[in-house]
Design a binder for this molecule. Structure first.
Ligand code: 5GP
Length: 176
């Protein structure tokens, strides 16, 4: 079995969650299976090593980006930074508003989380409309960090998040 097949087998679909008409892709089985989780981080690490000479930070999105991001950051021996929903981070923060696949939100980072010129990769579990990752890219722009690219476990192709994030690239493992 290939690593991608293993990952694929550990993603479940739940109809009508959290709202009617949404087919929610659940990554919890990946976390529960050490081989599947290792496969995810291995594939991310291989992609980064192959494509980027220098990465300064991994930036993870609230909340499931926090599950994969620190594992990848450790492999690469770089730091991890949190993009959180508004009101969760102490100290001086910077925020941007954005639209979700279902609802509205504000994303926030600590003002000193990234320094101007730092090269960052942004990570989350899933790309839908791209609103969340776009907001994270905007935050990085505000702080004058350089976004090398975005990485997700799952990409929902028909929602065209990929287009929304241009010119930033999106690397995804599993596509629906
Ligand atoms: P977007 O902003 O691209 O429309 O939505 C992506 C964000 O919503 C991600 O942070 C992701 O965690 C969450 N999300 C939306 N739909 C799903 C889904 O079907 N499964 C999971 N695991 N997360 C989702």
């Amino acid at each position: 079995e290939s690593r991608l097949q293993l990952i694929h087998r550990h993603i479940r679909a739940f109809p009508d969650f959290p709202n009617t008409g949404i087919l929610f892709r659940d990554i919890c089985p990946i976390l529960k299976d050490p081989a599947a989780l290792t496969a995810v981080i291995d594939l991310f690490e291989e992609h980064v090593r192959k494509n980027y000479k220098q990465v300064d930070l991994i930036v993870g999105l609230d909340a499931r980006g926090f599950l994969f991001g620190p594992l990848l950051a450790q492999r690469l021996c770089v730091g991890f930074v949190l993009v959180r929903k508004k009101g969760k981070l102490p100290g001086a923060t910077v925020s941007v508003a954005y639209n979700l696949e279902y609802g509205k939100a504000e994303a926030e980072i600590q003002e000193d989380a990234v320094a101007p010129g730092q090269k960052v990769l942004i990570i989350d579990d899933l790309l839908a409309t791209g609103g969340t990752l776009y907001a994270a890219c905007e935050l990085m722009k505000k702080q004058q960090a350089e976004v090398l690219g975005c990485m997700v476990v799952i990409e929902l192709k028909e929602l065209n998040g990929f287009e929304r994030l241009k010119p930033h690239s999106v690397f995804s493992l599993v596509k629906y």
